[in-house]
Design a protein around this ligand. Structure first.
Ligand code: DQA
Length: 144
């Protein structure tokens, strides 16, 4: 089983970026923890981060016929990128939208996700546990 973990803009700045909201862990440290969680489940993980919408779309398209599940934190693109939404609906791959912070209780513009209804599930506000929960959800779903 192959799952990709995709992080969008500014998530490469984790550890430095607003630690009171996103915590002190870097993206590399977070990915290592997710990797350790995946190993006993026999899941083959890939990681990708980009600050560019088109690159994120290219990577989602390249998942077609290659990847079984997508975990994506689209960052601020979650709130307005119809192009990323369309890429997700194009590839027919179970996708979980994750957020470190609770987007429903922050600024008004963060309360809308244009990704939410093309994703299987949205998990928000649990820090790194959002990604871990997404991994277990996909593991259960894909093994059924
Ligand atoms: C985020 C929430 C977004 O609103 C923000 O733009 C991010 C991170 C999160 O993980 O909480 O970049 O997706």
């Amino acid at each position: 089983m192959k799952i990709i973990v995709i992080n969008g803009p500014n998530l490469n700045m984790l550890g430095v970026r607003e630690p009171e909201i996103y915590g002190k862990m870097t993206l590399e440290e977070m990915n290592e923890i997710i990797q350790k969680e995946a190993e006993p489940l026999g899941i083959n993980l890939e990681f990708y981060q980009s600050n560019h919408e088109g690159d994120l779309i290219d990577v989602i398209q390249q998942c077609y016929h290659r990847i079984d599940g997508i975990i994506i934190n689209p960052g601020a693109y979650s709130h307005y990128s119809y192009a990323i939404r369309d890429a997700i609906s194009s590839v027919h791959i179970p996708t979980i939208e994750v957020h470190l912070s609770d987007i429903s209780s922050r600024e008004y513009f963060r309360r809308t996700s244009v990704i939410e209804d093309v994703a299987e599930k949205q998990i928000s506000g649990k820090g790194i546990a959002s990604y871990i929960e997404a991994l277990h959800f996909l593991n259960t779903k894909l093994k059924l």
